[in-house]
Design a protein around this ligand. Structure first.
Ligand code: NAD
Length: 423
């Protein structure tokens, strides 16, 4: 059984989670009622149903969404998810989290998200391209470099972003590279973007360990989800001196208490298409992976993985949320009581959107930076945000999630109030 099936139904509602986190922050900063009403809703939600011709000659209709939560600090920004469990409420929550994330790291964007209900692994490359080009066309009435800029998320990658950008460019008749981020470097992508989210996770992990009086050396790390975010986090944490003892994907994970060599594991997975059978490691179920004794747990898969059913059993000192929304409010409460430190998603995984911002700036200027420059700027932004959040935690005596919310909601509320209500 996957851990996704092991969660109380109410906790599986991401939109409820996002709104309740916001409500708590709004209460603490005594936000004016009208600002609460504006910010606890999304500004725009778009649903489309569109046909795609399949390789077998049949036509299938897919459903997709693009949601913009708030655009008062700048154009909307957020990834596109291809997954069978995508729903409007999930996309709304992810869009709201994007608004707070951009505000935590103080980059000039609002929040958006998109998704299509599809398991991309069931499509051929040809079908995937057609689905992408048609979905890009459907949402083209909303997106563009000054309006709303998509990026990769679960189930999408640099190739999908190249098709997206090409489709939007074909409509205009010229290349609009800044319309999408997370593209291949050859078509206006940024050096360092592929690693950016995982690099931010690593920077936050090291910074959080430091506040706990710990060094990365030999800290045992468990990573749930071995995709873009999880695999890069694992590799960079190993480079920072940690020992990665377990990793997982949707079908389960592998564990070696003496440590897994991450680079070899990446080569193995690229060759075999699975983690299963990696020499020297034992198989572990998704549920058991969360109970492994370790120092750092990095959830880097999907939402609601840490919930009231398992939060009491986690055996880690620190959680760094690579994924968006991996912890339910009920679990947060349990973890707080147990003294487990948690670096929240809107801070921990903000490295991706930060380098997406660099990519957009480079595309707009047609002037590209070196990887060293990008990584140095990313590190400085992540460290600044981490320490700003830490200072609020200490001043307001809240946990790191609420401290990040207080910072973000305040910034967005000021922008929304300054702009006023039109007309
Ligand atoms: P991805 O598609 O590259 O990888 C997802 C991984 O999670 C896969 O390895 C998949 O097998 C695994 N997975 C799915 N369900 C699982 C389960 N129940 N248990 C264990 N593993 C499971 O996606 P990604 O881009 O790495 O995104 C992962 C998370 O990080 C998502 O929450 C996403 O929103 C968030 N995120 C991504 C980025 C980015 O730049 N890609 C940025 C910020 C946040």
């Amino acid at each position: 059984m996957s851990s996704l099936e092991l969660k109380p139904a109410i906790e599986a509602d991401e939109w409820r989670t996002a709104q309740s986190q916001f409500d708590e922050a709004a209460e603490l900063i005594k936000l004016e009622p009208w600002l609460r009403d504006v910010l606890r809703e999304v500004q725009r939600e778009f649903t489309c149903h569109f046909p795609v011709n399949l390789d077998n000659g049949h036509t299938r209709v897919f459903t997709g969404y693009r949601v913009q939560h708030n655009i008062h600090r700048g154009p909307a920004k957020g990834g596109i998810r291809y997954h069978p469990d995508v729903s409007l409420d999930e996309v709304k929550a992810l869009a709201m989290w994007m608004t707070w994330k951009c505000a935590v790291v103080n980059i000039p964007y609002g929040g958006a998200k998109g998704g299509v209900i599809v398991d991309p692994r069931t499509l051929s490359p040809n079908e995937l391209e057609h689905l992408t080009r048609r979905f890009a066309t459907e949402i083209s009435i909303l997106v563009g470099p000054d309006r709303d800029i998509p990026a990769p998320d679960v189930g999408t990658n640099a190739q999908v972003m190249a098709w997206f950008m090409d489709t939007l460019s074909m409509h205009r008749g010229y290349s609009v590279t800044a319309s999408v981020t997370g593209k291949p470097v050859e078509v206006g992508g940024s050096l360092g973007r592929a690693d950016a989210t995982g690099r931010g996770v690593m920077i936050c992990t090291v910074a959080a360990l430091e506040t706990m009086g710990l060094k990365p050396f030999n800290q045992r790390v468990v990573v749930q989800g071995f995709g873009n975010v999880g695999s890069v986090s694992a590799r960079l944490l190993e480079e920072a001196g940690c020992q990665v003892v377990a990793v997982s994907e949707d079908y389960g994970g592998i564990y070696n208490p003496l440590g897994l060599p991450v680079k070899k594991l990446l080569e193995y997975r690229a060759r075999e298409g699975t983690l299963k059978g990696f020499p020297g490691a034992e198989l572990v179920s998704n549920e058991d992976l969360l109970r492994i004794e370790c120092d750092v747990l990095v959830p880097a898969a999907l939402e609601n993985q840490i919930n009231s059913l398992n939060a009491g059993y986690l055996q880690c000192k620190l959680i760094v949320e690579g994924a968006n929304g991996p912890t339910t409010p009920e679990a947060d409460e349990i973890l707080r009581k147990r003294g487990i430190v948690l670096v929240p998603d809107i801070l921990a995984n903000a490295g991706g959107v930060t380098v997406s911002y660099f990519e957009w700036v480079q595309d707009l200027q047609s002037f590209f930076w070196s990887e060293h420059e990008i990584n140095a700027r990313l590190e400085s932004i992540m460290k600044r945000a981490f320490h700003e959040v830490l200072a609020i935690r200490d001043e307001k005596k809240v946990d790191l999630r609420m401290a990040a919310y207080l910072l973000a909601v305040n910034r967005v509320a000021i922008a929304t109030a300054d702009r006023g209500i039109y007309p």
